[in-house]
Structure formats: structure tokens, C-alpha cells
Design a protein around this ligand. Sequence first.
Ligand SMILES: *Cc1c(COP(=O)(O)O)cnc(C)c1O
Length: 392
Amino acid sequence: MKYKGRFGDYGGFYVPEVLIPALEELEKAFYRFYKDKSFVNELSRLMADYAGRPTPLYHAKRFSEYVGFNVYLKREDLLHGGAHKVNNTLGQGLLAKYMGKTKLIAETGAGQHGLATAMIGALFGMETKIFMGATDVERQSVNVHKMKLCGAQVISVKGGTSTLKDAINDALRYWTANVTDTFYLFGTAAGPHPYPTIVKHFQSCIGKETRRQCLHKLGRLPDMVLACVGGGSNAIGIFSGFLNDKKVRLIGVEAGGRSLSSGKHAASISAGKPGILHGAKAYLLQNADGQVNDTESVSAGLDYPSVGPEHCYLSDIGRATYVAVEDEDVLDTFGLMCRMEGILPALESTHALAYLVSQKGKLPGKTIAVVNLSGRGDKDVGIVEKFRPVKD
Ligand SMILES: *Cc1c(COP(=O)(O)O)cnc(C)c1O
């Protein structure tokens, strides 16, 4: 198992001895069920009727005119819960059910994954505990309330910076003591093996649909596919459909933070060095002594000091390119998208759109760019209003 789940030198599982049986059980169950006929049928029925798949591929005409080339949006923002997260929670939740587990735990930062897990806990009638840093519990009170409405218990984690990375540590600790009946529903394509592989599998519906929709609607593949990168799940989900299409450029956009984020950022690949966090080797934001840096971004959902191992590998081999976009540009682009398309994008997804704005007038007019619009921005109107108040 030591060499399993490697993407080049990245990934693997660097966990305490006590967790290894749990991860092995999970890996075995995943490979047993992910192609199982009744599992696949039940999941695709739920993806359609509960989550709302397939999502449309939308030509953003006015935004395209503005940047000077064609921009298409993969509308994951229209899914139940308002983001791509439900693809993963439905998949892992169903896996938990097939494994005979009765309880779910999950970590959350901004509260989006916590909410998507709480929804699925309700759907499957499973007792659900969400670990969340105390600072985040305070900052994200609306999502905390929604999780509780869905019947989940929110456990406030104190220690460290009382944010996402501390919540993950506590969730892992809790899991070691409760593996028999408890499934740890991890929120992104990071963490120890087999999570990066499992999360990619359940998010790969985005890439499969997008590829099919491009061929059907546009008669060809796009020139570039873009997605924002926090832990990397929505990005690997859409990239996975195009990995073998060498002519399609894959661009991951990280949170360059700064001016509105106390000078901090969360650009793990663009500015990090390989290190180990939460059971995997990956690019990591760390100081000269190897201490993990505090991160900050205008979009809480990208606020993670590391990134999924496959993205690190894709960056090293040059198959995908990773860039960082700063807060101010993200807020400007949010406003543009609202006014030009009547779409409020999540600030996370807006990072990918902001990168395209930076390419305004620089690409041939025939260029086709597909952006994974990973979520909707209703949750973000408060922070946008703070920095970019609407004028009468
Ligand atoms: C959580 C979230 C992200 C970041 O997570 P990834 O695993 O990198 O996809 C991006 N967009 C939205 C809308 C989110 O809720």
C-alpha cells in the first residue's frame, strides 16, 4: 500500500498506523462497488433526480464579447446545494451505505462541504457530525444553521488557527476511534490515498458531460478548460474529461489573495514547496522551517494551504498550468458577471473567470474556453457588498 495512490512522487498515505486498516477497508470497498451495477444505477438516479445532473453548458455571449473570445460555462452552480460538492457527497455517501456504515463525519472550512454532507446524511438517514474550526463556525453562521436544519451536529474545533486544517486533524482523530460504524466523507481530491482517487471518480461526471456537450454543441473540443483550485476537486473533475486530449490546455486558477486578505494568499502550487499535510505529499505553503503557513483568500472555499496530489503531478509534467489571481480582480470580475450575464458566480469560481478577463484581447477570437462554474455566489454577496458596495 505504501506506493499506492501515487501521482509521480505525490500523494500516498502518510498517516498514523491506526488509520491504515480504515483506509484499506475504504479502498477495497471503493474498488468493489464503483462499477457494481446496482451502485452505479442508484448513483446515476440520485445524480439526476436529487442533484440535478446533467448540468448545462452555457455560452456566456456578453462576457465573451467583452473578453474577445468564446467563453462557455459548465453550470455546476445549478446543482442542488449550489455547487459541485454534491457530486462527491452523493457518491461517498452511497459508498458508506453499501459498506454498511451508519454514521458520517466530515470536515468543513467555509461550510459548503459540511452542508453538502449534512444534506446527504439526511437523505440516507445517517447520523452526521461536521468538524469545523471555531473561527469558521463564527464566520459561516448561515451554513452552520443550514447544517443543523438538516439534522447534523456541528463540532466546533479549537486549536491552531481554529480553521479548516485543524478541523481535518480532529476529524481524522475522531475517525481512528470510531472506524467500525463511521465513514469519513472527505471533501476534496486531497488527503491520504484512496481519497484523491475516489473524489476524482465521483467528480469526473463534470468532465465526461462537458466533453460530450462540446462535441455535440460546438462540433469540436475546446481550446482550454479552466477551473479554480482549492483542494482541487472541481478542477480534477472537469480536467479528467480532457486529460488525453493533448491539444486542450488545462488551466487551474489558485487564490492569489493579498490586498483584502491581510497580504496572505492560498496559491499552493504557484507558491508552495513539496511537503506533507493531512496524509499526503503535495505542494504545501510552508515557511523555511517547514511550518504550514496561514492562508487567506476573499473566497473561503479556496483557503487551503495544500492541494490534491494529481494537480502537483500535472503541473510538474506540464500537462496542466496553474496560475494565481488576486482578490481585487476577483471582485471586479464578480461584478462583471452579474451585470453581463445575470449570473452570480461563487467567488471561488470567479477566480477562473478573472483569469480569462486578464486574457482580454490577447487570444484569437475563435478561441473556445470552458470554465467550470463550480458554484453560485449567493453565499458571497455579503463579502462582495463589504468591498464593492452597490451604488444606487
Ligand atoms: C469548495 C468549493 C471550491 C473548492 O474546492 P475544490 O475541491 O478545489 O473544488 C470551489 N468552488 C466552490 C463553489 C466550492 O464550494
